[in-house]
Design a binder for this molecule. Sequence first.
Ligand code: GLN
Length: 333
Amino acid sequence: MKLTNYLVIFVQLLVLTCASPVLAKSPQQPVIQSILDDAYHKFKNDTSGKNADYIPALAKVDSAYFGLVVVTPHGKIYTKGDVNQPFSIQSISKVFTLALAMEQKGPQTIVDKIGVNATGLAFNSVTAIELNKARSVNPLVNAGAIATVSLLDGNNEKAKWSALSAWYDKFANRKLSVLEDVYKSESDTNGHNRAIAELLTSYDRFYGDVDINLAVYTRQCSVAVTAKDLAVMASVLANNGVHPLTDKRLMSSDNVSRVLAVMTTAGLYENSGQWAYQVGLPAKSGVGGGIIAVSPGKFAVAVFSPKLDSAGNSIRAQKAIDFIAEKLHANIF
Ligand code: GLN
């Protein structure tokens, strides 16, 4: 072969390597870390959106916080920004409560008693209950999520909460606490969620006492997490149900696939279709400003930034995860 041919092959190899940053270097630290750094700087000054204010305590959170974390199935953790700042998990909790309900009752119970179709409507929609013959429709919107709490084992609030919080702790690999001010603020103002639970009860789609289950649901939403906690929790889903930091299996792999399916269809509420189209990763948002996304077998990412769009999804978290997912070639479709 002529020298020029060797040169062409060399250049082609170089281009291929650079185009695929994850494969380019081993170990991966410098690549993932620099992608996080880039995402942070790219979106740091984006001030669009606004904090949730229908829960008064959330309106008071400093909206400048911006934290990004990636955890790999090998348990490597990459961080940038405000990754140790506690905030309320809000609706991201629904993913882990769904996981527990599936482990306790089996996946078919979720289909039969809650439903797994997208509503295409706002997360706290009452119209969705009225429009759907099955009534509750999805474990990741408020109606289905509160009903999922009512399915969990435990006869009273204390028993239910201690099992549920111990379950969350296993995912976080540490003892999580509750932001009592958020819990109180939401408890004092959650007439809408109470109405949803009462309505479901009237349709026989609620499986326990309204007061007890509403209290447990409100408490699960008030759990304090950091962006790092969320990424660690989500990494169990990225690692097929086995915790990357402890090597313990927390969920069956079958249930992981089903949770990820529901996250894909409903994790960002009425914007889930657009999210799947643009980013292509199962994800879940919370009105506290967190979003988790999972690239099965590759990584979990969590971003915290309190300002939301009109659907209740953090704007900077969406942008940052979109950027990170694209750079890491993570789109599952
Ligand atoms: N606790 C909130 C509620 O029930 C959760 C909503 C959310 O994060 N989208 O309204």
